[in-house]
Design a protein around this ligand. Structure first.
Ligand code: IPM
Ligand code: MG
Length: 368
């Protein structure tokens, strides 16, 4: 039996509830398919701060480094609003991304036909939508130095964040975009702000060169990121793969999430470079939604983004393509059956909670 090591980091808010559904799924796959998943659990975010005074402990970082894949729930909440900046809940997630060198963040926005009416946009705009936002995840303004607030001594303070990209960082994320495009609609739209930012000038230049050198079979277009945001809500189906930096990717992927009906629907995969010897890559899978403290603990959170993130884990970390396809199909069919958590509820559908949604998807997965 294959051994597949997973580190589960449920985190805060609705993270643990959503993760519970994935744990059930893992148990089912071990029982039915001999999948051989071995899980360990750790703390991240506010829950880690409460236990260790840090957003993630060194011990859990070491576990993350050693795992084949990390499954991440969500972090943060008003309880930790006042904690020091360096140990705020989000710092745990950012450290995982940085130390594991997870530079490629895949955020697929798929509008299941059954949910076209749940989007705030008109159904014909989103129905059948299948786009992929590829966000650079370890560079840019998230990590650039200096990053500080200084006292100017005249009653004023100055805050500085630094947007910085080196050629290799743009080149490697652009290559991932082109490779992924070849497996889908063969189109990449790169978004930056070269009209105001030097980092945008270099971004556009390197993406263009990478395309010319190795990927001329893929269609490449460029868009200013603000216009890209507008086009995403005007006619999102014009896109296939959107390639963008860390900050623009953060914003554009929240916009894309709403096209799918709910923030509770969007999964993500954060991948490192394949190891030259073993071919394995470090990876973390997380729903794009946050910890939703307002509904935490009520059993009403939508677990689909978390479960779909696990489907991405099957696909990208374990090459379990058949199982990943089957799990995604199970999600679509459960939605076709009219089952809805409150965030995607509409007239005539059956409202259910987190655990019932998880159970329904697992039952469907087993039956397919
Ligand atoms: C995301 C989140 C994170 C980010 C936060 C929680 C640090 O918004 O993954 O989109 O800004 O990257
Ligand atoms: Mg975000």
């Amino acid at each position: 039996m294959a051994s597949r090591k997973l580190l589960l980091l449920p985190g805060d808010g609705i993270g643990p509830e959503a993760m519970t559904e994935v744990k059930k799924l893992i148990a089912a796959m071990n029982a039915d398919l001999g999948a051989g998943f071995e899980t360990e659990e750790g703390l991240v975010g506010g829950s880690a701060y409460d236990a260790h005074g840090k957003a993630i402990s060194e011990e859990d970082m070491a576990k993350a480094m050693a795992a084949d894949a990390v499954l991440f729930g969500a972090v943060g909440g008003p309880k930790w609003d006042g904690v020091p900046y360096d140990v705020r809940p989000e710092a745990g997630l950012l450290r995982l991304r940085k130390d594991l060198e997870l530079f490629a963040n895949l955020r697929p926005a798929i509008c299941y036909p059954a949910l076209a009416a749940s989007s705030s946009l008109k159904p014909d705009v989103v129905e059948g939508l299948d786009i992929l936002i590829l966000r650079e995840l370890t560079g840019g303004v998230y990590f650039g130095e200096p990053k500080e607030i200084t006292d100017l001594g005249n009653g004023q303070k100055r805050a500085v964040d630094t947007q910085v990209y080196d050629t290799f960082e743009i080149e490697r994320i652009a290559s991932v975009a082109f490779e992924l495009a070849r497996t889908r609609g063969n189109k990449v739209c790169s978004m930056e702000k070269h009209n105001v930012m030097k980092s945008g000038v270099l971004w556009k230049e390197v993406v263009t060169e990478t395309h010319k050198a190795k990927y001329q079979d893929v269609e490449l277009t460029h868009m200013l990121a603000d216009a890209g945001g507008m086009q995403l809500v005007r006619w999102p189906k014009q896109f296939d793969v959107i390639l963008t930096d860390n900050l623009f990717g953060d914003m554009l992927s929240d916009v894309a999430a709403m096209l799918t009906g709910s923030l509770g629907m969007l999964p993500s995969a954060s991948l490192g470079a394949p190891d030259p010897v073993s071919g394995k890559r470090k990876a973390l899978y997380e729903p794009v939604h946050g910890s939703a403290p307002d509904i935490a603990g009520q059993g009403i959170a939508n677990p689909i983004a978390m479960i779909a993130s696990f489907a991405m884990c099957l696909r990208y970390s374990f090459n379990m393509i058949e199982e990943a396809d089957r799990l995604e199909k199970a999600i679509a069919e459960v939605l076709n059956d009219g089952l809805r958590t409150p965030d995607i509820m509409s007239e005539g559908m059956t409202k259910i909670g987190t655990a019932q949604m998880g159970d329904a998807i697992i039952a469907k997965f087993r039956a397919l």
